[in-house]
Design a protein around this ligand. Structure first.
Ligand code: BV8
Length: 243
């Protein structure tokens, strides 16, 4: 029996997305040449220690990524997920590891950015990152002062770095414990806790589907593997679900 025979129109669906869903929009994935992120080692740019040690380097890394996000557009995979959310009888929740805004611009509304958003920022001096964020569409710099507390040097991109707790974990686990279908799109399954979500879904009895160019690190936890570029496989998956 195919996994699709086990899916009913009012099934609840959780979708986890990673850098692969934005690749065809033109944004680089992380595990390019020997795991460098745009030429940087993770520990040099994506940890609180890196920000404390060399805030200018970290701002430069995210200023570049922020510029990149403004130059690209949602692709057919982002739009297909928004169509599924609009037309599906059951709940559709997208949990993205991506810090771009392509899901929003593609039309998704029920969305969680578990690793933050590069177009937002907060001041580490007067907020803990859970409080109110500020929109940030231009470059951040070390000498910029926070409008709230006046301190310079605390403003940081609203990004969950390695060693920091991802956002809305309780809401995510609640959704995983109640989902009937778990779809993973364009993620290598290297980074936890996101890479462990499929196991939670399996424990809830969900059917699990992976859409990727290749088999990810967690491919064994999926009942179905749909190989190919997300811009083609995700619209086809959504058409099949809505048929
Ligand atoms: C946490 C924001 C605990 C940054 C990101 C030692 C110390 C501390 C922690 C750890 C440690 N050892 C391990 C850990 C845990 C750590 C971790 O998992 N490390 C890994 C490296 C082993 N995790 C954490 O630190 C997390 N926090 O554990 O907190 C805690 C507990 C209590 C209290 C406090 C804390 C936080 C992790 C979040 C890090 N931030 N992002 C930024 O973006 O700059 S992670 C970042 O990397 C992304 O958000 C994403 O999650 C990850 C990249 O993965 P992918 O999205 O999968 O991208 P990748 O390039 O790897 O793969 C792309 C895939 O797409 C490939 O499979 C490819 O085949 C496919 N693809 C490509 N093109 C296409 C395609 N598919 C379809 N179509 C295409 N066209």
């Amino acid at each position: 029996m195919s996994v699709f025979d086990q899916i009913s129109p009012d099934s609840s669906i959780v979708v986890l997305t990673g850098a692969g869903i934005s690749a065809e929009s033109g944004l680089a994935t992380f595990r390019g040449a020997d795991g460098l992120w745009e030429g940087h080692r993770v520990e040099d740019v994506a940890t609180p220690e890196a920000f404390a040690r060399d805030p200018a380097l970290v701002h430069e890394f995210y200023n570049l990524r922020r510029k990149g996000v403004k130059d690209v557009h949602p692709n057919d995979a982002h739009k297909a997920l928004a169509e599924l959310e609009q037309k599906w009888l059951g709940e559709v929740l997208v949990v993205t590891q991506n810090i771009d805004d392509l899901h929003e611009r593609g039309g998704s509304k029920n969305l969680i950015h578990m690793h933050g958003e590069v177009l937002k920022a907060f001041c580490a001096n007067c907020s803990d990152g859970m409080g109110d964020k500020i929109d940030c569409v231009d470059d951040l710099a070390v000498e910029m002062a926070c409008e709230n507390c006046g301190y310079a040097g605390g403003l940081r991109p609203d990004i969950v770095w390695f060693g920091e707790m991802p956002y809305q974990m309780e809401r995510i686990f609640e959704a995983l414990q109640n989902c009937d279908v778990f779809v993973s799109i364009g993620t290598s399954g290297n980074v936890y806790p996101a890479a462990g979500f499929v196991r939670e879904a399996l424990l809830s009895g969900a059917v699990t589907i992976e859409c990727n160019l290749e088999h990810s690190m967690i491919a064994n936890d999926f009942h179905e593997h749909i190989t190919g570029p997300a811009g083609e496989t995700v619209p086809a998956l959504v058409r099949r679900l809505l048929a």
